[in-house]
Ligand binder design. Sequence first.
Ligand SMILES: [Zn+2]
Length: 449
Amino acid sequence: MPKVSKHLNAANLIDQVCKCLDEIPDHRPNHCPNGIPFPNFAKSAFAMMHQKYDSLLTFDSDRADPVILHNLATMYHVQDQKVPCDTRMREVLDPIEPAQFRKPFKKLFSLIQRNKLLKAFEYQCGDLKDWYLMPVDGTGLFYSGKCRCQECCVKNKGKPNEAYYHNLLGGCIVHPDQKVVMPFAPEAIVQQDGDNKNDCEQNAIKRYLAHVKREHPHLKLVILLDGLFADNPTIELIKSYGWHFIIVAKDGNHKSLIEAMDALCDQEQLSYHKIIDEEQGTRHWFRFANDVPLNASKLTQNVNVLDYVETDSEGKRHTWCWVTDIELTKDTVEAVMRGGRCRWHIENQTFNTLKNQGYSLEHNYGHGKQHLATNLAYLTFLAFMVDQIQEMASPEFKKALKERARGVRTYLWKVITRVFLSWMLEGWDELFDALIYGIKPGRVQINTS
Ligand SMILES: [Zn+2]
């Protein structure tokens, strides 16, 4: 298990996030100097996501409560007890360039690195010793037949059922043995990326990978992707960055690759490996070849292909096929399989948590005309990142999770919100002390003054 660190507790993580939000330039023309300080808009929205409010309206109803005003100041650095109303929050966050929200992600990531948290994510495979698995995938955020902003992708263009939607790409560092993930800043897929879903995602991923390379030039990554991305330009880009890849191959997308494998099979040129796990009652069967053309084009990349079948203790078979640039041998196929299967962590441990386990990534907090939907999604990812780091390395979070919530983190988040809404707190330390040691019972005192 990774070491715990006082630098990775809620107080410090949120302090770092807020310092980055303080630096976003104020775009308001001639704003009143006595009005709401500009950073309060992003900090209030971040607090709303971190406390897992499911709508801006509910947050708006709470914002005059003296307990919440106090706690927004002590725990989220919202200044002068000035919290914007829902309409003003939408108006002011809308024009902010989404790139402005990348900085806190980078800041948190450097904290993770400095505190050696990445050690627990190191991936070993053959000669690869301290590499990291990074799945990247797209997910839906918003869908409407009416609302539209300048970033909306359009479905059924020009038809009566024309509709507008937002998707984004998310990526994170994962490990087969880790429950938590370490996310990077997401990337919005915007209308300008192309005319159809596939084009959009393929263009957006190039931008996504370029951002990660620019911000983390020395990070050694094995990129895990769905078959949609197994095209020559994406593979070339990954290689040009000095990274590796493990990409799902599917019959539909990779007809000639599957045919090439069948031909090699007929010529008895494939290699095989088998592992029997007596303890779990599972059997792992591998069939592989190196240096196979990805597709029928003359300029295609050659890839290494791994077919894998798992037979579980009840006799059910599960099959996968991946293409990779990691050399496949009897010594590496198991690690490549374990790495390839980790792609699931972006779906299950990231998008599912963000949509169904407390955060409300798909809820419509507001759409705006320019970047509002994207900016609010960035802040949701940021809240998720703070919580993932805490869960992995904050001593008080781990203690509260074990002793107050019996290990159920969604329950712990609910209790955190309950205490945040009910008690005036001097900061995060006091909140966690309250969770771990309990709050003395007392009668409600009615204020009739
Ligand atoms: Zn839109």
